[in-house]
Design a protein. Structure first.
Length: 80
């Protein structure tokens, strides 16, 4: 609910293996209208949280590339 959610900006930094194939290994984020951005190593995605709905996609991995991380920070509006 946009009226009760104080998030305004979401920053997502993907920390996967260099040269990993996001299409094969998963990860990343899907935003409105099903636009997908892969969880490529060192990629940062900034979203207006109050205007753009999104969901994080699960990391599948494989035998060689079984670890990945995403650091997510939500910047919120000031409240009084």
């Amino acid at each position: 609910d946009a009226e009760t959610d104080s998030r305004r900006l979401t920053a997502m930094l993907f920390l996967s293996v260099k040269d990993s194939d996001a299409n094969e290994l998963g990860g990343g984020v899907t935003v409105e209208n099903e636009v997908k951005y892969g969880g490529v190593c060192d990629r940062m995605i900034l979203l207006r949280s109050d205007l753009c709905s999104h969901r994080q996609e699960p990391w599948k991995g494989n035998a060689e590339d079984d670890k990945a991380s995403c650091v997510t920070v939500h910047f919120v509006k000031e409240t009084v």
